[in-house]
Design a protein around this ligand. Structure first.
Ligand code: ADP
Length: 694
């Protein structure tokens, strides 16, 4: 791999690393520890990738180098073989020394066959030239520089050949030519031994250039530049050529010849192992890119996950804070009615821990024992799929210490993300404080009404006493006077006249007292003018809020039943409402005993049953209370009769007055096993009896 390629690669990787770092910065904005872990991982991965790519390049280069080394060794071996063949051929030539002519022919043939042989000389044992033949393939090479000038090298090699009795090579030397050029030549001196005695030498001049061209040029010269060099690197002969722009691998081997050592150098032309030199490197690079891509994708994914986690944690924290700070109790139930979730407000409300509630089924620990049946029915209705009223319903729960408290429950189906109902979700509001305030205002209103009633009664009493005082005083004094007159036995007729007169006065005063009474009656009768036609349902509806208020307090269930298609009743609406209210209140108070388990009050309106009151409407108020005792029953309608510590005893007598003013009648009946029903009738528009009132 060249330096340029390495630089490019490192720059590319650096740029990628920067991009990576940015991605990591984005992915882990807060986590310093995690960031350093990621950067360590990235550095490691990059280091591994660079090492892999470099190793792949190196491996390829070493393969090429090894191949070239092999080629060079082969070339040296080829060269040696060729040279030893020459020696054999020359030995063959020496055997033909008998005939000079024949020698020349043979040498000539040898020169023609081998372009690298320039000249063959036959010298005697004193190195005197006896015969020679120049290569027919080119001009004689010793024309420019005389042979004698170059004999020194020949002499050296022949001395060596004689010593070793075998072929010896001279050092190479430059042989200038006529055309101004020249080439490097080398001599071979082969001693001619006949019967163990030296008889002469055969000297052969080699052209190193031709030696390369002829012996190695075809086989190795195509892809390589083959050359003989000096040990210092100077080229003596070159074969083959190099293409530019390709990477060159070099291998050198010594061609160790007797008397001379040549250096064979081979410069291999190979395409440069760049970033994608071969399949291995391409594979490694491809895998690296895939790895980096996967890491980028992983980092992106992890960033997305981190963000989702953060959002989720925030949403959860917000939800938790919201649930914890709610004062409304939250309760979730599954479709079997088991509690699946309660918030802290709910736990605080009922005084139980969440663990004691979750998984609990009916009867719940916060249900008052006396309400268990009713609540179980209610739960069964709910679980059957009946949706509770949107505005919620009221109920009573029990704290752990046994105290009861009223709650408002708003319940709705719990719908999952898939749109399926998985249970019920309820919001529970403790309304005991609200009830307490309502009760306070109701009690104060009642007290106010009682005070007002008392005031009216007092006012009326004082008015009556004031108005009746005079006639009664007059009646008393006339009566006393008359008695005094009658005490006198011998009374004169004058006296009898006086008694007459006094009795007349008494009658006058009694009449006057009667008028006073009538005027009070008139005052009461004046209310006739306010009569109107009212649907019975409207009368019951009007008192419902007040009745319900007290019913909740006393834990009484109120049922209202109105017969369909009832005619409107003609009445003083306010007074009749007061009657209904009084009866309802008495009924509820009659059920306010600890051992009274079933507390039901029924307000009913229907057509009167008796023939005498055809077309009238009968109202009834039924309770399941203590009932009316025998002694109480006799005085029930007596004004100021009461059995209650705070009672006034005016309610029922007033009710009867009002009902009778409308022409109806009020009665009561004991129920078995317990309870009382009060009934009264009112005229309707159709019965036309309104005029008959009073
Ligand atoms: P008060 O309610 O102020 O006592 P009332 O005239 O309304 O005055 O009632 C008189 C008495 O009649 C009550 O004190 C109670 O003893 C008795 N009474 C009224 N209604 C009922 C009832 N539904 N059941 C039993 N007793 C009743």
């Amino acid at each position: 791999m060249t330096n340029d390629a390495l630089r490019d690669l490192s720059q590319t990787l650096k740029a990628r690393a920067m991009a990576w770092w940015q991605a990591v910065e984005d992915a882990f904005p807060g986590g310093r520890g995690r960031r350093s872990l990621w950067s360590a991982l990235i550095t490691l991965v990059i280091a591994v990738l660079i090492t892999l790519v470099w190793l792949a390049g190196r491996y390829e280069a070493s393969q090429l180098q090894a191949e070239l080394e092999r080629d060079t060794a082969d070339a040296v071996s080829d060269l040696r073989t060729q040279l030893s063949r020459h020696v054999q051929a020359l030995q063959g030539l020496q055997s033909t020394l008998a005939s000079e002519a024949f020698w020349s022919v043979e040498a000539h043939a040898l020169l023609r066959e081998n372009r690298d042989l320039l000249r063959i000389e036959w010298r005697d044992k004193d190195l005197i030239l006896k015969n020679f033949v120049d290569s027919p393939l080119r001009a004689p090479v010793f024309e420019r520089s005389p042979r004698a000038d170059t004999l020194n090298e020949t002499l050296q090699s022949c001395l060596r050949a004689r010593r070793s009795s075998s072929a010896a090579y001279s050092s190479s030397y430059f042989l200038p030519q006529n055309d101004g050029q020249g080439f490097e030549v080398m001599e071979l001196c082969l001693p001619n031994m006949q019967a163990g005695e030296l008889v002469g030498f055969t000297v052969v001049t080699y052209s190193l250039q031709e030696l390369l061209n002829a012996r190695l040029g075809n086989s190795f010269g195509r892809r390589n530049e083959v050359s003989f060099t000096e040990p210092d690197g100077t080229r003596l002969a070159i074969a083959g050529s190099q293409r530019r722009g390709l990477r060159v691998f070099t291998a050198q081997q010594l061609v160790d010849l007797p008397g001379n050592t040549l250096v064979l150098r081979m410069d291999g032309r190979r395409s440069e192992p760049d970033l994608f030199p071969n399949v291995l490197t391409a594979l490694v690079t491809g895998m690296s890119i895939a790895l980096v891509t996967v890491m980028v994708l992983l980092a992106k994914d992890s960033r997305r996950r981190l963000k989702a986690e953060r959002d989720l944690a925030e949403a959860l924290a917000f939800r938790k804070a919201m649930e914890d700070s709610l004062v409304t109790g939250l309760r979730a139930r599954d479709l079997e009615g088991r509690i699946t979730y309660v918030n802290p407000a709910f736990c605080q409300m009922v005084g139980l821990h969440a663990e004691m509630l979750i998984g609990h089924n009916a009867p719940m620990p916060y249900w008052p024992p006396e309400m268990v049946d009713e609540y179980q029915q209610r739960q069964a209705i709910r679980l059957a799929g009946n949706v509770p009223p949107r505005e919620g319903f009221e109920s009573v729960f029990m704290r752990q210490d046994g105290t009861r408290f009223p709650v408002l429950i708003i319940e709705a189906p719990l719908i999952s993300v898939q749109g399926q109902q998985t249970g019920w979700m309820g919001a529970v509001i403790d309304i005991s404080e609200q009830r307490r305030i309502e009760e306070l205002s109701r009690a104060s209103q009642e007290r106010l009404q009682a005070t007002a009633r008392l005031a009216t009664v007092g006012e009326m009493a004082s008015l009556l006493s004031h108005e009746l005082n005079q006639p009664l005083a007059a009646i008393a004094s006339y009566a006393n006077g008359s008695l005094n007159l009658l005490k006198n036995p011998g009374a004169e007729p004058q006296t009898l006249d006086d008694v007459h007169m006094a009795l007349r006065r008494i009658a006058e005063q009694a009449e006057r007292a009667g008028r006073v009474i009538n005027s009070v009656h008139d005052f009461v009768r004046r209310r006739d003018q306010t009569r109107e036609a009212v649907p019975p349902q409207a009368l019951l509806d009007a008192i419902a809020p007040l009745v319900n208020l007290q019913a909740r307090k006393l834990q009484v269930r109120v049922h209202t039943r109105v017969e369909p298609k009832l005619s409107q009743v003609v009445c003083d609406r306010t007074m009749v409402e007061q009657v209904l209210l009084n009866l309802a209140r008495n009924g509820m108070q009659a059920m306010d005993w600890p051992d009274c388990r079933e507390r039901v009050l029924v307000l009913q309106a229907r057509r009167a049953a008796s023939n005498a009151e055809q077309g009238w409407v009968e109202f009834s108020v039924t309770d399941l209370g203590v009932g009316v005792a025998q002694d109480v029953a006799q005085q029930l309608f007596t004004p100021f009769f009461t059995t209650k510590p705070e009672g006034m005893g005016l309610g029922l007598s007033l009710c009867r007055t009002v009902v009778e003013q409308h022409g109806g009648h009020l009665e009561f009946e004991a129920l078995q096993p317990k309870g009382t029903v009060f009934r009264f009738t009112l005229p309707t528009e159709s019965c036309g009896r309104t005029d008959a009132v009073l």
